[in-house]
Design a protein around this ligand. Structure first.
Ligand code: ADE
Length: 250
């Protein structure tokens, strides 16, 4: 049975997952520790991609070439861009754009050269089942996160959204930059640093890909503090709940 790959960018997000794999074994490939095991009867490989598009792309390539993974799901956090998207919400990506790609005037801004496209869609079946799993988790967030923590982070009735997510090699941490991204790409729900790179690799290899991001901050002047608290207190428990529900229903 070809494994399902689970990728995350930060140790804090993935740390809570390893103990849930049965028969876990870890090997190192290309400086990445890849843990294989089973979860709800599925063969799974779990890997920390590290941060940024290059790290994510090399990790995805290693997963496909060395582990013959049948699909890749990326879970992690993102900064909210759309005014509809609040801290504690989840975003299921329907497509990705690299917001820092610009080979103009040789190619249109945002277009990935020689691909003829800026948008890289995710797999429809994966994202539909992840949406159902995410809605299940957020129906009762205090099952996963202590209510005091949710209150302190201002998380009330969190929602699941689906739509465009942006990736770039920048942590967006000023209102100025966040507003500029919203003006340029008004459909974008959130911004992070890896998804579009994995989407491009999966496009190259014909491997189904999906991504779910929990909103840790609003990519504004307060983003750094919000991000740090969220990563430490919330991210890994949400990620576990989401994947446990998704793999359990698969
Ligand atoms: N991941 C989480 N928050 C982010 C932000 N504000 N910018 C880029 N990536 C992020």
């Amino acid at each position: 049975m070809r494994p399902i790959a689970i990728m995350g960018a930060m140790q804090e997000e993935l740390a809570g997952l390893r103990p849930h794999l049965t028969g876990a074994q870890t090997i190192t490939v290309g400086s990445r520790e890849v843990t294989s095991g089973t979860w709800h009867g599925h063969n799974v490989v779990l890997v920390l991609s590290r941060i940024g598009k290059v790290a994510a792309a090399t990790t995805a390539t290693a997963l496909i070439e060395r582990f013959d993974v049948k699909e890749i799901v990326f879970t992690g956090v993102a900064g909210g861009l759309s005014p509809q998207v609040s801290v504690g919400d989840m975003v299921v990506a329907t497509e990705f754009i690299q917001h820092d790609m610009d080979a103009s005037p040789l190619f249109p801004p945002l277009e990935v050269p020689l691909y003829g496209q800026a948008h890289f869609p995710t797999d429809i079946n994966m994202r539909q089942s992840l949406q159902i799993a995410a809605e299940g988790v957020l129906k009762n967030p205090s099952q996963w996160i202590h209510p005091d923590v949710l209150r302190a982070l201002n998380v009330h009735a969190p929602k699941v959204h689906s739509g465009l997510v942006l990736s770039g090699d920048r942590f967006v941490a000023t209102s100025l930059e966040s507003q500029a991204l919203q003006q340029r790409l008004p459909l974008a729900l959130a911004v992070e640093m890896e998804g579009a790179a994995v989407a491009q690799v999966c496009h190259d290899y014909g491997v189904p890909f999906a991504a779910v991001r929990t909103i840790s901050d609003r990519a504004d002047d307060a983003a750094t503090m919000a991000f740090t608290r969220f990563i430490n207190e919330v991210a890994s428990r949400y990620t576990f709940a989401l994947l446990d529900a998704w793999l359990g229903q698969k």
